[in-house]
Design a protein around this ligand. Structure first.
Ligand SMILES: [Zn+2]
Length: 306
């Protein structure tokens, strides 16, 4: 039977120290979720600043890569120690379900629960002194202490050098809740992917399908393809500018200096970078609404143009 150890806890609670002390010199494989996260951020080209929307996806990807490496190593008969954050029961359950399917394994979790003095001194070593209250509050509000019902054989609480077995009474209801949350999450991700795919497909189709071209200056409108529009002198996405972003929308007879784009960017009559709708004339407002709604706003003919 294989052994799998998870060492979990909040920032600066001593996870790495614990692993070094107990496992560094042993014949075990040590994996760290932060290495995986960093690898994904590097691969995606984010460096130090990760856009908020992308972070969740990156963390999920890192988690999945780590999980498959764990399974791989267990299958090779290795003893595996993993540093993870694992605050939520659902994250642990998602892992344990897959691991149990793949290998016959004893799973132990060590939860870092340092006393205030120790935690504060750990933070100090990382130049994060004075932030104990913040991290503690964050831990209290986000960490769900592991429960044996999650499929864990042994759960330990670690305070410095003190290690205590802490098996709370099994709460099988946790499993249903966690599995429901995981299913909802998977559904949400699927929907997001599908919406992204459709959007990409729609944007791609704008290169060839005819769509409504509205001149924001003279009010002319034509249901033509991008190529036809380009040939007759229209300034319009996708050949000129981008759908959904402020830029000129003019026919071949009108001029850029009469556009909302010009007014915002050149005349400086409207502060950048925001288009302040209440500063627009009714005609400009129609133009701006239409641009914001592109490319969908160009598929069907508008009922009335001011
Ligand atoms: Zn025109």
């Amino acid at each position: 039977m294989q052994n799998l150890i998870f060492v979990i806890g909040a920032t600066a609670t001593g996870k790495t120290y614990f692993i070094d002390k107990h496992y560094r010199d042993k014949d075990v494989d040590i994996l760290n979720v932060y290495d995986y996260q960093q690898r994904i951020y590097d691969e995606e080209g984010f460096g130090d600043s990760i856009p908020l929307g992308a972070q969740f996806r990156c963390l999920m990807k890192a988690n999945n890569m780590l999980l498959s490496d764990i399974i791989e190593k267990l299958k090779q008969g290795r003893y595996v120690v993993v540093e993870q954050t694992f605050f939520k029961a659902k994250r642990r359950i998602a892992y344990i379900d897959e691991i149990r399917k793949a290998a016959d394994v004893t799973i132990e979790i060590y939860v870092m629960c340092p006393n205030d003095e120790l935690w504060e001194s750990n933070l100090k070593k990382r130049n994060m002194e004075g932030r104990l209250k913040y991290y503690k509050e964050q831990a209290v509000s986000t960490i769900e202490f592991p429960n044996p019902a999650e499929g864990i054989d042994m759960i330990y609480k670690v305070d410095g050098d003190e290690i205590q077995l802490q098996m709370e009474s099994p709460r099988p209801e946790l499993l249903n809740k966690a599995r429901e949350e995981l299913a909802e999450e998977a559904e949400r991700i699927r929907n997001e992917d599908e919406a992204k795919r459709r959007r990409k497909e729609l944007i791609g189709s704008m290169n060839t399908r005819p769509f409504w071209h509205y001149c924001e200056v003279c009010g002319k409108k034509e249901f033509i393809t991008a190529q036809e529009a380009f040939d007759s002198g229209w300034d319009y996405p996708p050949n000129m500018g981008h759908f959904g972003l402020l830029g000129p929308r003019t026919c071949g007879n009108c001029f850029i200096i009469d556009t909302l784009f010009w007014k915002v960017n050149t005349d400086k009559k409207i502060p950048l970078p925001v288009v302040v709708e209440k500063m627009l004339t009714p005609k400009e407002r129609v133009t701006w609404q239409r641009i914001k709604g592109e490319p969908e706003s160009l598929l069907e003919e508008e009922e009335q143009i001011i």
